[in-house]
Design a protein. Structure first.
Length: 200
């Protein structure tokens, strides 16, 4: 029986092998982030829940000035080892340690699924974005918790699926405008991710 862990404990254990699943993580986006990563060139960008830097490093390589925020020191330690110029900041995406109007763009992939509610996170994205700035968020749909194994045994990391409609409504309540909504499907019927581009 796999034990369910909260994110900090779960990612402390998962950090060492997280990067081995890169292709699996990419499959939730299916390259739909590429135009927005290109758009980030020359911009001040936050990657919220950046983990080991899968997206942060792509943003950096595209010419953005990137800050990576995550609550897992172990995940950020992996990012730092990659010797990129991404600034790593330890902190909570529901209480971001940044001033209002700090960033031109906020990216967040595969992190919102670990939050019980999306409202506080979206509010923080809105607050730290400059007027006219964009948030690009990936809301993934896990049908079953991913069972992970290490030398201490089997475990899962707590996840909360968020209905796409609820995320859109929460964003609109904050006065974000929905620039784009992309739904990614598996076997053409089941949604596996919702990619939202939100404009402040
Ligand atoms: C599945 S990983 C995604 C990492 C990276 N964004 C990617 O796409 O590969 C989820 C990350 O969200 C982080 N996370 C979860 N809840 C968080 C919170 N409240 N504040 C900051 N980071 C959080 C975890 O520590 C973990 O690194």
């Amino acid at each position: 029986m796999a034990k369910e862990l909260k994110s900090p404990e779960g990612y402390a254990r998962y950090a060492a092998s997280y990067d081995q699943g890169e292709k699996y993580w990419d499959s939730f986006e299916q390259r739909n982030l590429n135009p927005y990563i290109a758009e980030a060139k020359g911009k001040k960008v936050l990657d919220a829940g950046a983990g080991t830097g899968r997206i942060a490093i792509r943003l950096q390589d595209a010419g953005a000035q990137v800050t990576a925020l995550d609550l897992s020191p172990e995940m950020l330690a992996r990012l730092k080892r990659k010797k990129h110029a991404v600034e790593a900041v330890l902190g909570d995406i529901e209480a971001m340690p940044f001033d209002d109007d700090s960033f031109d763009m906020v990216f967040s992939s595969l992190a919102m699924v670990h939050l019980k509610h999306v409202d506080r996170f979206l509010e923080e994205c809105y607050r730290v974005l400059k007027d006219g700035g964009k948030a690009v968020v990936v809301n993934v749909h896990y049908r079953k918790p991913k069972i992970l194994t290490d030398k201490s045994g089997k475990y899962t990391i707590a996840c909360y699926n968020h209905f796409p409609r609820h995320v859109v409504e929460a964003a609109e309540k904050l006065a974000f405008s929905i620039e784009k909504e992309i739904m990614v499907y598996e076997e053409s019927t089941i949604w596996i991710s919702q990619i939202l581009v939100l404009k402040k």
